[in-house]
Design a protein around this ligand. Structure first.
Ligand code: SAH
Length: 270
């Protein structure tokens, strides 16, 4: 089971069906499934569905309570989200820290509630007092986020901190590969260095920082094993070419059929 399903999102007196729909949509996007409403305004659920396609599962198990106490009765830890700075001293957490903590609690099998207030007026002090922690999401001076956006930010943070999800396209591209080992990266660096010597890149026999910089570039690129092999192959060809030219042989060139360099070929050939 996706551990984010362990979170319970509690909305206190939500007023607007579109907001409710957007909250549900945000929960669905981030894999949260449990939603409780406390004394919601009478709502036309059909309007909710406008912004919450394919979220029938969340709607179907959504629970409605008369009071916040009832909604929180089986929860072990409760986080109350508030946009406003309060005069009373509360145990306050930044959203990212709160979510990280909550993930740990969920892994320990605890029931965790994320409590959000009304669109117009947020949570009352009494309601906030029912939560163990007050949670704040950093913003500009204009601190009041839209309800669904607050839920989205919290659930997105939970999603990322749980290490879930990946870029679909990236996943395909990286399929069957793994990050290159230190040894593979060193082999590539050596090959590049040898090649640069053979093609006369170094103009003087003094120390050069070029390879350190290449090393930095490769580190930033977080190469995978197949990418290291590709670059090793390319530099090997350059190396061989340079050695053959040294011996007076001009190797045959083959143009690949894909026209990757179409737009820039002139520059390359000049
Ligand atoms: N005007 C209200 C804000 C309501 S926004 C007020 O000033 O309190 C609806 C709910 O979204 C809030 O009750 C809170 O739970 C959440 N929220 C909005 N902005 C937030 C922020 N910056 N940090 C934490 N929660 C926030």
């Amino acid at each position: 089971m996706n551990e984010l399903e362990g979170f319970c999102v509690v909305l206190v007196e939500p007023q607007n069906p579109i907001n409710l729909g957007t909250v549900i949509r945000a929960m669905k996007n981030m894999g949260m499934g449990r939603l409780r409403l406390v004394n919601p305004a009478a709502m036309d659920l059909d309007r909710t569905q406008i912004s919450a396609h394919r979220t029938e599962d969340i709607v179907a198990c959504m629970e409605v309570y008369g009071t916040l106490d009832e909604a929180l009765s089986d929860m072990h830890v409760t986080y109350g989200f508030s946009a406003r700075h309060r005069t009373r001293a509360w145990a306050s957490l930044e959203m990212e820290d709160a979510v990280g903590r909550a993930l740990g609690e969920i892994r320990d099998g605890l029931n965790v509630a994320l409590v959000f207030g009304r669109e117009q007026s947020g949570l009352t002090n009494d309601e906030l007092a029912r939560c163990q922690y007050r949670v704040h999401i950093r913003t500009s001076d204009y601190t009041s986020l839209n309800l669904a956006q607050a839920v989205l930010l919290a659930s997105y943070s939970a999603f990322r901190q749980a290490g879930l999800g990946s870029m679909a396209s990236q996943e395909n591209y990286m399929k069957g590969t793994r990050p290159a080992t230190q040894e593979e990266q060193t082999r590539l660096l050596k090959r590049i260095h040898e090649t640069m010597i053979e093609v006369g890149f170094y103009k003087a026999a003094t120390k050069s920082t070029a390879m350190h910089r290449v090393h930095n570039i490769l580190t930033r690129a977080s190469l995978h094993d197949d990418e290291v092999r590709l670059l090793l192959g390319m530099f090997s060809e350059v190396l061989n070419y340079a050695r053959l030219v040294d011996r007076g042989v001009r190797p045959e060139k083959i143009r690949p059929v894909d026209e990757f360099l179409d737009g820039v070929r002139d520059d390359v050939e000049r």
